[in-house]
Design a protein around this ligand. Structure first.
Ligand SMILES: *Cc1c(COP(=O)(O)O)cnc(C)c1O
Length: 427
């Protein structure tokens, strides 16, 4: 593959955009080399500015569950756009959207539409603090909930530690009410509630982590979390921005039978346009302005075109789609594992539904400590090997790959073959 055009575009972009991109992971820093620029996407494929075609395993980082440029979604966007792009006033379509979300997510009695997952998580926490009149929030090491100040915090190891900002520009005061715990550590969770239960406003968690690579919850972890919150008057928040409508139409909470107090949605619910939402129990959401004292607003919130794309996507979340995604995932999981075994290179494949990661790790990855021990150099070489074979995999060891309804079982075999070859070249 000849990436000359992309390289030139990246050079040009870098003069006006930090790192040449509008979101950091796109810059390929974790794997080296320069990012590929794209002109077009259709179904399971991406078409680069260099004239190459890639089998896409990123799906715009989650939204493209139906594949790219899905006909019905594009048609809805075109039709609704001709009636006006934004009114700054309510529309019936927003009610339909909230009703559909409530039908899919019985825990979301009321919701508010926003424009990004970052906004959804930031706002949900503000509401939880307003509702409980407490300040402390708890997150897990390695979970990502967007880039709001209070959430850009990582932990020390072991027991809960007071937050230290993870990014320059985040004041210690914005971060020091954020406590962090290791993911999947039920004992640490219990100990924290014993010590600080009456101070905790909310716990926010990715029910299946995608943002340290794909890490499933340990049995009982999420159930315990929700129970402890309820017992101590804290708000449990499932951040389903990634898992929502991906692991089931009703997200991880449907898949695992959970009922959180609040939920954040994004990615799939917007069908590729900027649309996200947060919601939950009515008595909590009644705190939101103009009904209650917690302020939260947005000029483009519930944008008609974005909501139309979201609805056209929700319309197509059929049982057949999820059966297909499960079959694709199982086939790819098996194929990647065989390639690893044949190569003798240590690694594990972790998957939940259509989220999957190959970790260059000696054993299972259950939390950030495990993820952090992966061989990132090896990942970078493997990633390069996949690219050279026309497979566009997330350019970081710590990002899950996503499959879509537009993929076929043959596509899975092609990815497995590319991986096996790339692994052989690494030995
Ligand atoms: C992507 C993501 C976010 C942030 O959403 P943006 O739309 O990128 O702001 C929040 N939480 C999780 C779990 C995500 O995967």
């Amino acid at each position: 593959m000849n990436e000359n055009v992309s390289r030139a575009l990246h050079e040009r972009a870098s003069r006006r955009l930090p790192g040449g991109v509008n979101s950091p992971v796109r810059a390929f820093r974790a794997v080296g080399g320069s990012p590929i620029f794209f002109e077009k996407a259709r179904g399971a494929f991406l078409f680069s500015a260099d004239g190459d075609t890639y089998l896409d395993c990123i799906g715009s980082w989650g939204p493209a569950i139906l594949g790219h440029a899905n006909e019905r979604v594009v048609e809805a966007v075109q039709r609704v756009a001709t009636d006006g792009l934004s009114f700054g006033a309510p529309t019936e379509r927003e009610i339909v959207f909230a009703e559909r979300i409530a039908a899919l997510y019985p825990s979301i009695e009321m919701m508010r539409a926003v424009s990004s997952g970052t906004e959804a998580c930031m706002s949900a926490l503000r509401v939880a603090r307003g509702f409980t009149r407490r300040d402390v929030i708890v997150k897990f090491e390695g979970c990502y909930h967007g880039h709001a100040d209070a959430l850009l915090v990582k932990a020390g190891s072991g027991a809960a530690t007071f937050g230290v900002p993870d990014s320059a520009g985040v004041s210690s005061s914005a971060a020091n009410n954020t406590l962090t715990l290791p993911y999947n550590d039920i004992e640490a969770l219990r100990a924290l509630f014993e010590a600080r239960g009456k101070d905790i406003a909310a716990i926010i968690v990715e029910p299946v982590v995608g943002n340290m690579g794909c890490v499933p919850p340990a049995p009982g972890f999420l159930e315990t979390l929700i129970e402890l919150c309820a017992a101590h008057g804290a708000v449990s928040i499932l951040d389903e921005v990634m898992t929502g409508c991906r692991l089931a139409p009703g997200g991880a909470q449907q898949r695992f039978g959970l009922k959180p107090a609040m939920t954040c949605l994004g990615k799939v619910v917007g069908g590729g346009l900027p649309l996200a939402a947060y919601g939950g129990r009515a008595e909590i959401m009644q705190q939101v302005a103009p009904l209650g004292p917690v302020y939260q607003a947005g000029t483009l919130s519930g944008n008609p075109v974005a909501v139309a794309a979201g609805l056209a996507t929700l319309d197509q979340l059929t049982p057949a789609l999820y059966e297909h995604l499960e079959a694709l995932g199982a086939r790819l999981e098996d194929g990647l594992r065989r390639g690893l075994e044949a190569s003798g290179i240590p690694g594990v494949v972790q998957r939940v539904g259509s989220m999957i990661t190959l970790f260059f790790s000696e054993g299972p990855v259950r939390n950030w400590g495990d993820a952090d021990r992966c061989d990132r150099k090896r990942f970078a070489s493997w990633h390069r090997g996949l690219l050279e074979r026309g497979v566009y995999w997330p350019p970081s060891q710590f990002e899950a790959a996503f499959l879509s309804g537009a993929h076929t079982l043959d596509d899975m075999d092609r990815i497995s073959a590319a991986s096996a070859e790339a692994l052989q070249a690494l030995r």
